[in-house]
Design a protein around this ligand. Structure first.
Ligand code: PGA
Length: 256
């Protein structure tokens, strides 16, 4: 079986002006723009996407957005569509991030519409799932993740399923400095892989990358990334500085 290429994606959230973003992308490109062992994606805010696209031109670093609408165009004030993202060379899009779910009321059904729209427009969704602290403490982690995966990927064909990246992000670990233990993370990643087998069959499920997200840092990344079903990271805080982000890429490259 061909090993899955590790993927390190930086989720900048609502940080960086367009000029600050260009500076960060230049530093990242200078350090890891030529390597191809690890797939590297930066996800700036919408206002920095186009300038970031220019700054990463000619490198192996790819561009992701943090959200999108499921319709291609129309009267949806404040929204951005998949074709608009594609037109500025975006290849990935984070969908269903827990901050979108909790602060902006995104439901599994809405996330599902977005996932399908992204895939149909040749954008690779980084589809996020994860339980809250209360859900973990009450023992319902796997049930919650199962519901999010099954509803979020409903109606996605086997063929389109190959284009997905899943990110497991325990909500209690995001931006808190509390990282899931390697055992906690690997357990959920293996569980998600099993759900993908049911949805898409073994060959597709073995190809899909499942990223861990939630306070991943250079110090804890090597152990997490060495787990069998952890295929990379979705990085928030540590993606805002070139040095820590590059260290994470190098940590992923060092796993054999
Ligand atoms: P964090 O964020 O690395 O700052 O915890 C991860 C994410 O929300 O994607």
């Amino acid at each position: 079986m061909i090993p899955r290429k590790k993927l390190i994606a930086g989720n900048w959230k609502m940080n960086k002006t367009s000029a600050d973003g260009v500076a960060l992308v230049r530093d990242i490109v200078a350090a890891v723009g030529k390597q191809s062992e690890v797939e590297v994606v930066v996800c700036p805010p919408f206002t920095a996407l186009e300038s970031a696209a220019r700054a990463l031109e000619g490198s192996n670093v790819k561009l992701g957005a943090q959200n999108m609408h499921f319709e291609s165009s129309g009267a949806f004030t404040g929204e951005v569509s998949a074709p608009m993202l594609r037109a500025i060379f975006t290849t990935h899009v984070i969908l269903g991030h827990s901050e979108r779910r909790s602060y902006f009321g995104e439901t599994d059904a809405l996330v599902n519409q977005k996932v399908i729209a992204a895939l149909k427009n040749q954008l690779r969704p980084i589809f996020c799932v994860g339980e809250s602290l209360a859900e973990r403490e009450s023992g319902s982690t796997l049930k919650v993740v199962q519901t999010q995966v099954e509803r979020g990927l409903e109606g996605v064909s086997k063929e389109l399923g190959q284009g997905i990246v899943v990110a497991y992000e325990p909500v209690w670990a995001i931006g808190t400095g509390k990282v899931a233990s390697t055992d906690q993370a690997q357990e959920v990643h293996a569980f998600i892989r099993g759900l993908l087998v049911k949805l898409f069959g073994e060959p597709v499920a073995q190809k899909v990358r499942i990223l861990y997200g939630g306070s991943m840092k250079p110090a804890n990344a090597p152990e997490l990334l060495a787990q069998k079903d952890i295929d990379g990271g979705l990085i928030g805080g540590a993606s805002l500085e070139a040095r820590s982000f590059v260290e994470l890429v190098n940590a992923a490259a060092a796993i054999k």
